[in-house]
Ligand binder design. Structure first.
Ligand SMILES: NC(=O)c1ccc[n+]([C@@H]2O[C@H](COP(=O)([O-])OP(=O)(O)OC[C@H]3O[C@@H](n4cnc5c(N)ncnc54)[C@H](O)[C@@H]3O)[C@@H](O)[C@H]2O)c1
Length: 245
């Protein structure tokens, strides 16, 4: 359970972020849901409320330092602490390198990598002050291997891996766990609508199926799961096996 914990979830208006915000709220966390898509975010919060769950919404662009700092300042004003940051906001594009414009390269890296850095940088002082925290950075198989036509996306996710490995070393002495996570199974989201092949579409599932892995990571400190590239599907299955009588 996440009762009494404050969680900041980016990319909460869709897909994996929406599923994680919902799972965190259902586990009792005070959820602060961030997304650049203000209208979709409002609709998601409305859905949660119709289920008796609550979350506070923040329309913000994670690649903009001023907006990120503003959201974190408000969250700290409201609750005095941040226990978990789930960096889930992300974008993808696919084209041969000679067609990747500088603007597109900067957009993908700006949201996926710079956004992850900015959100982590903004919450770390509070987490250090508390002596605890968990940072969950969404990576991808594209953070571990190359995919043709996805130079910017792979570069951004390999960057998230590097950022996270360094942060894990830096923050462990302060009681803060840092992990990366990849879905590990086909999930049906707005992003995968644009990227999945026909075979994956046959077996894709609602991203809620991998949300338990995020809940588990939210509870970790550096002496637990820490500095790992976590497969969400495998971790969720392990947790379900452990929970069986
Ligand atoms: N879908 C997959 O199969 C898959 C696989 C591996 C990794 N991922 C990663 O999971 C994460 C979530 O992807 P998804 O599939 O749920 O996609 P999605 O498109 O359904 O959701 C992404 C969310 O991020 C938000 N967002 C985009 N730019 C933003 C910005 N500048 N500031 C704030 N929010 C912003 C979008 O508005 C959207 O709500 C991404 O980081 C993605 O790279 C997805």
């Amino acid at each position: 359970m996440l009762i009494g914990r404050v969680a900041l979830v980016t990319g909460a208006a869709s897909g994996i972020g929406r599923a994680v915000a919902r799972a965190f709220a259902a586990e009792g966390a005070a959820v602060h849901a961030v997304d650049v898509a203000a209208d979709r975010l409002a609709a998601v919060i409305g859905e949660l409320e119709s289920e008796g769950l609550t979350a506070t919404r923040w329309a913000a662009d994670v690649s903009d330092p001023a907006q990120v700092e503003r959201v974190v300042a408000h969250v700290l004003d409201a609750g005095g602490r941040i226990d978990c940051l789930a960096n889930i906001a992300g974008v993808i594009s696919s084209e041969p390198i000679e067609e990747v414009s500088l603007a597109e390269w900067d957009r993908i890296l700006g949201i996926n990598l710079r956004g992850t850095f900015l959100c982590a940088r903004a919450v770390v002082p509070a987490m250090k002050g508390q002596g605890s925290g968990s940072i969950i950075n969404v990576s991808s198989r594209a953070g571990a291997m190359g995919f043709a036509g996805m130079t910017a996306y792979c570069a951004s996710k390999f960057g998230v891996e590097g950022l996270s490995r360094a942060l894990a070393q830096e923050l462990a002495p302060h009681g803060i766990a840092v992990n990366t996570i990849t879905p590990g199974t086909p999930v049906h989201t707005a992003m995968s609508e644009t990227t999945y092949r026909a075979e994956q579409r046959k077996i894709w599932q609602d991203p809620a199926v991998i949300a338990p892995a995020f809940v588990h990571l939210a509870l970790q400190g550096p002496n637990g799961l820490h500095d790992r590239y976590v497969n969400a599907w495998e971790l969720t299955r392990e947790l379900q096996t452990e929970a069986r009588p």
